[in-house]
Design a protein around this ligand. Structure first.
Ligand code: PEP
Ligand code: MG
Length: 316
């Protein structure tokens, strides 16, 4: 089976009815780019930069070290585009495992973009490193956990400020596309506002499920209720995809559901044409895509959306 899948590496991912689908990789370190390329990814859809910051006892990597790491990721991808997400620490990803987050409710607390915006000078260290790296290849900047339009404006203002700082230094930087994660239900519900500010969106189903269903994604005692096929989750995902399509903006899914072969047909039916996943999943998902016919999946996906128990229609 593995060998058979390996032969698909250079096969373009196109459905039976000719729909092109983009398969991207999720990475945690620049070195992971090698396995992404080996798996046939056409780019990185999610570089989780928090892994550069974790386990360093609070000594955050300096601008130069970050710049090098982002360049390394670009180089590893051999000219393919790399979507780099700004730091998403907090909740299930503490900066330092030794210093456990003792906030009342870390998943609802100072995590991701909230953490970055709480210390704008520190945030701009990362932004300057990213902008400088963009002089060497195609970088898309992705911001985690946005929910409020005020956060969007603050974030974009910090990007402008970081550019001004590089201008003042006379340091080169490249153009970037700007995107937002949709991983809080509030973001999905105001997707039109998001699309006024961003070039692309990436749906983070891991958190979107957690926050829609009020199920801690790391809590074993409620893991049976963590349901990617809950109709409420599906409706949010479907609406974000549909709105992006209507406006001609790119949208991908980068949560675990993107790499779940049991979900591929449904996501295709909902109109998704860009999936980002762990490199190990890419060939199996590609195989599903090669067998799929979106002319049949599109009406079927609408039925799934209307179902009381969508899982039954997927044979789960
Ligand atoms: C997600 O929430 O789906 C996601 C991709 O982000 P992370 O898993 O890093 O929180
Ligand atoms: Mg997330």
């Amino acid at each position: 089976e593995r060998e058979r899948l390996a032969r698909l590496r250079h096969t373009p991912s196109i459905t039976l009815d000719g729909q092109k689908v983009e398969l991207l990789a999720n990475i945690e370190q620049p070195a992971d780019a090698a396995s992404a390329v080996r798996a046939g990814a056409v780019g990185v859809g999610l570089f989780r930069t928090e892994f550069l910051f974790m386990g360093r006892h609070g000594n955050l990597p300096a601008e130069e070290e970050q710049y090098q790491a982002y360049r390394d990721a670009l180089e590893g991808m051999q000219g393919l585009p790399v979507t780099i997400r700004t730091i998403d620490v907090g909740a299930d990803k503490p900066l330092d495992k030794a210093h456990k987050d003792d906030h009342l409710n870390p998943a609802l607390g100072l995590r991701a973009i909230r953490w970055s915006l709480a210390d704008p000078a520190m945030f701009r260290v990362q932004l300057r490193a990213l902008l400088r790296a963009a002089a060497h290849g195609k970088i898309n900047l992705l911001f985690p956990m946005l929910a409020h339009v005020g956060e969007i404006r603050q974030t974009l203002a910090q990007v402008e400020l970081a550019k001004a700082e590089l201008d003042a230094r006379g340091q080169a930087y490249g153009p970037v596309r700007l995107g937002a994660m949709v991983e809080v239900p509030a973001a999905a519900l105001i997707v039109r506002t998001f699309l006024r500010y961003f070039d692309f969106l990436s749906i983070g189903t891991n958190d979107l499920i957690q926050y829609t269903l009020a199920i801690d994604r790391a809590d074993e005692s409620v893991s049976h209720l963590y349901d990617p096929l809950h109709p409420a989750v599906l409706r949010l995902v479907a609406e974000v995809i549909a709105e992006c399509q209507a406006q001609g903006k790119s949208v991908s899914v980068c949560g675990e559901t993107a790499g779940d072969v049991g979900m591929t047909r449904l996501l295709l039916g909902l109109g998704l044409r860009s999936f980002s996943m762990h490199p190990a999943q890419i060939l199996a998902v590609k195989q599903e895509i090669l067998r799929a016919d979106t002319r049949k999946l599109t009406p079927w996906a609408q039925q799934v959306l209307e179902a009381e128990e969508p899982a039954l229609l997927l044979g789960h």
